[in-house]
Design a protein around this ligand. Sequence first.
Ligand code: 4NP
Length: 159
Amino acid sequence: MKTRILFVCLGNICRSPSAEAAFKGLVKKKGISHKFDIDSSGTYGYHEGEPADRRMQSHAVRRGYNLTSISRPFKPEKDWDEFDFIIGMDDSNMKNLAEMARNKEDIKKLFKMTDFSNNYNHTEVPDPYYGGDQGFELVLDLLEDASEGLFEFLNSNAK
Ligand code: 4NP
């Protein structure tokens, strides 16, 4: 059985497409891409159908990540069932996702990306949308670190 992971932010044009690409990059490097289904979505549908933010893309590509995903809103009626782990980027995402949970089983699937950080004490992946270059770099730093932590968490939970 594949492990199915959905990364979620607000617009699905900056943080969660980058989380998707970073985690896909990590499992590809380890040669086990076939064991995962990885996707991303946003709690807010305003950017639906759009590619990732150009600024986010240009920062990501310098680290070898092509952000190819197209923004789509989180769909509670489908996504809670189709994924094993739903991973939000900040406390606002977590609140929005918790409000969309249908039952306790859904809530058990809900995690925050920074819970998996190894080397950072940040408790959120901050929204980079209205900031400058540093914000986009911080997003990538936090996501690369937490992707390693997430991978270790999944391994330690595997039978
Ligand atoms: P994301 O960033 O949630 O990381 O995709 C944002 C994208 C768009 C907006 C805010 C944050 N916005 O307000 O349109």
